[in-house]
Ligand binder design. Sequence first.
Ligand SMILES: Cc1cc2nc3c(=O)[nH]c(=O)nc-3n(C[C@H](O)[C@H](O)[C@H](O)COP(=O)(O)OP(=O)(O)OC[C@H]3O[C@@H](n4cnc5c(N)ncnc54)[C@H](O)[C@@H]3O)c2cc1C
Length: 222
Amino acid sequence: MPEYRAPLDDFQFLLHDWLNVSDHYRHIGKDDIDAELVNEIIAQGARFAESEIAPINQAGDQQGCKLSDGKVTTAQGFPEAYQNYIENGWNAMLGCEEYGGQELPYSVAIPVHEMLVSANVSWRLVCGLTESAVLALEKHGSDALKESYLPNLISGEWTGTMNLTEPQAGSDLSLLTTKAEPNDDGSYKISGTKIFISGGDHEWTDNIIHLVLARLPDAPRV
Ligand SMILES: Cc1cc2nc3c(=O)[nH]c(=O)nc-3n(C[C@H](O)[C@H](O)[C@H](O)COP(=O)(O)OP(=O)(O)OC[C@H]3O[C@@H](n4cnc5c(N)ncnc54)[C@H](O)[C@@H]3O)c2cc1C
């Protein structure tokens, strides 16, 4: 079975010798994050990628996902690895503290993400989409939406997806035709077709939150 060895020396060189992240963290008021802590996080991330995530990569290629009786199951070891991932706090690295996240700088999380992608891209893709959904809600959600969704998305109790692509709208999302029409109760009626949605269904969590990009009635055509 192919092995994955994380290039820890390269990450440390980039973060400390080249970018001098500790100085930057001090500058932005995050002086509790020093070089020692960064190295500890990325070393633990490397251990997780090498020993837990890389070994299930081959099962992903060989078995893939299966749809049976309306339920999607992923490859052997994938759900257990996800449980391990959230129990060890990896899912919460970037989420805001107010909703249970660690609010670490992206420069600390990115090396860990890079190692996980290199070890097993299909497994990691699902986790990455949850982070995107969290980011979108943190930046643009109302307080009510944040309170409803962020705690469980940040802890990893639920996963999230990003529904952007349509059959006629891939690289050029201005071509999307999915509609969001307001209902009287403040919700929206969504109609349209989305394709290629990573993590769109699986057995890892009891709930999956789908963020759907759609056109409001008064949206500009392009
Ligand atoms: C593994 C995987 C996971 C995905 N997950 C998601 C997901 O979670 N959510 C989601 O919404 N979508 C997802 N997608 C879809 C992805 O976002 C689209 O595939 C992507 O945007 C490209 O769109 P397309 O496939 O329609 O290709 P097209 O946009 O039709 O592109 C086809 C080709 O034309 C080229 N091209 C396009 N526009 C131009 C241009 N203006 N000038 C020159 N060349 C151009 C492209 O480079 C490409 O070679 C996923 C795709 C993959 C492969």
